[in-house]
Design a protein around this ligand. Structure first.
Ligand code: ATP
Ligand code: MG
Length: 316
């Protein structure tokens, strides 16, 4: 437009205008493509920051041989924050005894998952000590430490492989018979029987062809196969159907005999059957004791029990 006015008034000739247009278009193209790449450049920066974070993370070290006697898990005055300045746990002290079921309960964000992460040394505490059978976990090689634990979480990772191979992850050198035995103990048989290829059925990406309860039973089967002395269990918050829940309870009660069991409990039945309850609230141990003791105390725990009773009585 401006060019044509200038051209008409004779201030520039056709050639100049043409050159101008040519240069302008040459300038535009690279500018546009670099603008298109701007988003990629910005996200690259985030990626590099993340890689840096991983690369500069101090390596956890420790002795490879295990010096524990027994498998009591003891937290002493443990304080911890995720590094953003906020303290998630402060002065947490409790013991989960071998041969007992210790239930961690409390309001959301109270620090239950954090406690279980510290117990397996996914993180190290800022102060205080965590011991397994008297052995300081922060002085133990993480891999050696993990050999003591079976972890049963709801969001279990399954691989796009057969049920057989997914259970065998619990112990790599287990025979097919061992795997099936563990699967049966974990109450997997009722759903495996219905599948076309039984134990050799492919289960799809992350077990997408199985229900939540079935996936959890596979993870319990892994734990049976591993047969480790400590069980860490994060109970499902999502409601399982009654049948599934009974099956899982049956499987678990066999699994946890004579072991140290630390369970993040959401369901009343687990909580009532626990030997000891630790109520975590705001990063503190707010209450501690047997279910009966705590019910009498009329504190957070008895309040939670009352609320759950109320909601379980609701009928639609
Ligand atoms: N990876 C993390 N990085 C930073 N903060 C975290 C991280 N994980 C948890 N937190 C924070 O730590 C606090 C305790 O979280 P935690 O997951 O231990 O609670 P919880 O008792 O397990 O809760 P819920 O019952 O909801 O599972 C919360 O305030 C949470 O926001
Ligand atoms: Mg949690």
């Amino acid at each position: 437009m401006a060019g044509s006015i200038l051209l008409a008034s004779g201030e520039i000739d056709v050639l100049t205008l043409f050159m101008y247009l040519l240069i302008a278009s040459r300038l535009y193209d690279p500018l546009q493509s670099s603008l298109q790449n701007l988003a990629a450049v910005i996200s690259l920066r985030t990626n590099v920051e993340r890689m840096d974070e991983i690369l500069f993370h101090p390596l956890q070290e420790g002795k490879a041989e295990l010096t524990n006697s027994g498998h009591d898990i003891a937290f002493k005055e443990v304080s911890f924050g995720y590094g953003n300045g906020e303290n998630v746990l402060s002065g947490v002290t409790f013991t989960a005894k071998q041969g007992e079921v210790t239930a961690l309960v409390g309001p959301s964000g109270g620090g239950k998952t954090t406690v279980s992460r510290l117990a397996v040394r996914f993180w190290d505490p800022d102060s205080g000590t965590i011991t397994v059978g008297g052995m300081d976990v922060t002085k133990t090689d993480p891999e050696a430490l993990l050999s003591l634990y079976s972890i049963v979480f709801q969001d279990v990772t399954l691989f796009d492989n057969t049920i057989m191979e997914n259970i065998r992850i619990g112990r790599r050198d287990a025979t097919d018979e061992d795997v099936i035995e563990a699967g049966k103990m974990a109450q997997c048989l009722p759903f495996v029987e219905k599948l076309a290829d039984g134990w050799n059925t492919m289960i799809g990406e992350n077990g997408c062809e199985l229900s939540g309860g079935e996936r959890q039973r596979i993870s319990i089967a892994r734990a049976f196969l591993k047969d480790s002395p400590i069980i860490l269990l994060d109970e499902a918050t999502a409601s399982l159907d009654a049948e599934n829940e009974t099956e899982i309870q049956k499987a678990l009660s066999k699994l946890i005999r004579n072991k140290t069991v630390l369970v993040i409990a959401h369901r009343m039945r687990t909580v009532e059957n626990a030997d000891k309850i630790v109520v975590l609230s705001g990063g503190h141990v707010a209450e501690e004791g047997s279910p009966e003791e705590l019910l009498k105390r009329n504190g957070i725990f008895s309040h939670m029990v009352a609320l759950q009773k109320e909601s379980s009585e609701w009928k639609i």
